[in-house]
Design a protein around this ligand. Structure first.
Ligand code: C2E
Ligand code: MG
Ligand code: MG
Length: 676
């Protein structure tokens, strides 16, 4: 039996079917769409993957410091490949001629471009990318009057092109361009992104390469003058020596050290010192041939490598040219300034280090001979250095073996012959060399770090002696003992305490001690000196500026120092009465001392006329062989006794005739005879 269906049920059923079908259809369409979408995404992902891989490759190349041209080639190649372009080109502006650019990497370019490889920087699409500092696109328009636009893509039948700027730091230095021959080619946003990203990598490669070059340059050059440094100089020497060995002309090295540069630096400031070094470098460069190498070895040391010398005298002539070049004054901060140099010359073969060291030794000889000159290396110079080293070893033992002694040179009133003080001077009784003078071992003690111990010893000894004499000879009121303090001692933070200890130990009143510090030492490190001097001044001791007139004191500095005494360098006194007399200068120095309220002492008085002249100029205190030589303690004691007994009268300006027994000079001669 047939079952009859309700027509409304049927309709509902059909509607259901239809809706299911519709849904089904919709779903199918959706999934098709989804599949398409997925495929597109997958493509994009794949492309992206390829792009990322390419970029990672480029980055590795950059980090591994592949030659920059290889990295740039890879950038152009990646651009063509990733963007499916026929032509790729990277233009970089010529650093020496920024108006022109060079094609540093190309792909698919015509022969013509490969030959030319150079164009005005502002030309074509690349020129626009550079001037507008942004990506520029010219697609699907080529051949329609836009040829100018593509002057930088010399390839026929191009349909589209784009270029992105390449930066070095923040400066645009070039552009990366691609062009296509595919009809109707359009560069979409995604393509543009790819090009930009590759251009960024080109920038990265350039910056990295530049940083590398700078690092290499920095490692081999002196940053102040831009000259090669010691390692580059030695390298050039090695090459030159190798060439010389192959039979070409010999090689010479000039070792050049400025005279007194440290003082200039310290008194005028480091900035001015630096400026002087730069000017000196310029002067030196000017008088060399292009083939010669000049380097700054450090501080105020320069070295010159001379190749292809024709005559043995060539190196000496070159050295003289350098010395002459420095003769004209330097203009520093509007002031004229003079500086000389000492040059050592070493010529020949052998290894670079030895030749440079030989030239260095010869330079020391030039300094020793009076600076401002050159000296040629001789084998004997080694012996001198060895001797110096031996002396240093001996000096270490001298302190333990009590080979040091102190002698005392009295300071007189030039007016009345009174002894106003005594200067303690150190001597070394060397077991085989005899008496060694301070100028031959005090600098050595400073360099080898023995000065602290040596200085302490002299200070103690002198304070002790000073205290004895003050107690023994009240007839010499205010008798003081002078002790020399070297520049190196002044740098020692413990100096003030040492002085305080020496005073306490010897029970010498602080007013009985005068510390003498050379002008050069004071100016060498003024800031440090001033602190120490203030502290010493607080102890109540007198402070003297020694050898005044040899350094470069500025008046401002002088005023700032708590000084009591100024000792005029003996060369000024030596010049009196001779052709080198600098009467005006001497008068100015005495006046200067007066202005600063300093007692002034003339050193090195050897003749009566010098004493008279000094008195005329207003200098009333002096020491020197005319008055008394440095004496050992016993002789000095005898002199003090005698002068004290005589009351020092009669040694005034119109004083006694030579040979008068009351003249200090005569007294000293008597003492000498007594000692014989
Ligand atoms: P200075 O402090 O300027 O000492 C004066 C120098 O002139 C002494 O040389 C002295 O012997 C010398 N002299 C004295 N009268 C005359 C003269 O009429 N004509 C000539 N041509 N010279 C004269 P000396 O003893 O050789 O000392 C040289 C320098 O060595 C001293 O110069 C001082 O700067 C330094 N010195 C000496 N003893 C010491 C010391 O114990 N410690 C330190 N750090 N330096 C010392
Ligand atoms: Mg002195
Ligand atoms: Mg002196």
């Amino acid at each position: 039996m047939a079952t009859e269906r309700d027509p409304s049920e049927l309709a509902a059923f059909l509607a259901l079917i239809s809706s299911v079908l519709q849904n089904e259809r919709g779903l199918r369409a959706d999934s098709e769409h989804q599949a398409e979408e997925n495929a597109r995404l997958l493509d994009a992902l794949r492309e992206r993957q390829v792009l990322l891989e390419r970029l990672a490759q480029l980055q590795r190349g950059i980090v591994d410091r592949l030659p920059v041209h290889e990295v740039l080639d890879a950038v152009v190649e990646s651009a063509c490949e990733l963007l499916d372009c026929r032509v790729g080109i990277l233009w970089i502006a010529d650093p020496d001629d920024p108006d022109h650019s060079a094609a540093v990497a190309t792909m698919g370019a015509d022969e013509e471009l490969l030959e030319r490889r150079r164009q005005p920087t502002d030309e074509g699409l690349s020129g626009r990318a550079i001037s507008e500092r942004t990506l520029v696109v010219a697609d699907a328009v080529i051949g329609a009057g836009h040829d100018d636009d593509l002057a930088d893509f010399p390839h026929d039948g191009l349909t589209a092109a784009m270029a992105a700027p390449v930066f070095e730091r923040s400066r645009v230095v070039g552009s990366l361009g691609v062009a296509s021959t595919e009809p109707g080619r359009v560069y979409e946003a995604r393509d543009q992104q790819v090009l930009l990203s590759l251009a960024e990598h080109a920038s990265l490669a350039l910056n990295h390469a530049r940083a590398g070059e700078e690092a290499v340059h920095e490692a081999l050059h002196d940053s102040l003058t831009g000259l090669p440094n010691r390692s580059l100089f030695l390298d050039r020497m090695r090459h030159a020596l190798a060439r010389a060995e192959r039979g070409l002309e010999p090689v010479a090295v000039l070792f050049c050290d400025l005279d007194g540069f440290k003082t200039v630096n310290d008194s005028l400031g480091h900035r001015t010192g630096d400026r002087l070094l730069v000017s000196v470098a310029e002067r030196l460069i000017e008088c060399l041939r292009p083939a010669d190498t000049i380097a700054r070895l450090g501080g105020d040391e320069f070295a010159v490598l001379l190749e292809e010398l024709r005559e043995p005298g060539d190196a000496a002539r070159a050295a003289q040219r350098l010395l002459d070049a420095l003769k004209a004054p330097f203009d520093l901060r509007g002031r004229e300034f003079f500086i000389s140099a000492s040059i050592g010359i070493a010529a020949g073969a052998g290894d670079a280090e030895t030749l440079l060291r030989d030239a260095d030794l010869a330079m020391y000889r030039a300094k020793g001979r009076g600076k401002g000159r050159y000296a040629v290396y001789e084998p004997g110079m080694h012996t001198a250095i060895v001797e110096r080293l031996e002396l240093e070893v001996d000096l270490k033992r001298a302190l333990e073996r009590e080979e040091l002694a102190v002698v005392y040179q009295p300071v007189f009133s030039l007016l009345d012959g009174r002894v106003t003080g005594v200067e303690a001077l150190v001597r070394w009784h060397h077991p085989t060399r005899g008496v060694v003078m301070p100028e031959n071992f005090v600098p050595l003690a400073e360099e080898s770090g023995l000065i602290g111990e040596l200085g302490r010893w002299v200070l103690r000894k002198a304070c002790h002696q000073g205290a004895l004499w003050r107690a023994k000879y009240p007839g010499h009121p205010g008798l003081g003992i002078g002790v020399n303090i070297s520049g190196a001692q002044l740098q020692e933070p413990g100096l003030v305490q040492e002085v305080a200890d020496a005073l306490a130990e010897s029970q010498l009143d602080a007013t009985g001690l005068m510390l003498e510090i050379t002008e050069t030492a004071l100016m060498e490190s003024f800031d440090n000196a001033i602190e120490q001097m203030d502290a010493l001044n607080d102890l109540g001791v007198d402070l003297a500026i020694d050898d005044f007139g040899t350094g470069y004191s500025s008046l401002r500095y002088l005023r700032r120092l708590p000084l009591d005494v100024m000792k005029i360098e003996k060369s000024f006194v030596g010049g009196i009465g001779g052709p080198g007399e600098e009467a005006e200068l001497l008068r100015a120095i005495v006046d200067l001392a007066g202005i600063f309220g300093l007692r002034v002492v003339a050193e090195g008085i050897e003749r009566p006329d010098q004493r008279e002249r000094l008195l005329e100029l207003g200098c009333e205190l002096g020491q020197g062989h005319l008055l008394a030589e440095p004496l050992d303690a016993a002789d000095a004691d005898a002199l003090l006794l005698r002068v004290g007994l005589l009351g020092g009268e009669g040694a005034g300006p119109s004083g006694p005739p030579a040979g008068d027994p009351s003249s200090p000079a005569t007294i000293e001669r008597q003492v000498d005879r007594g000692a014989d």
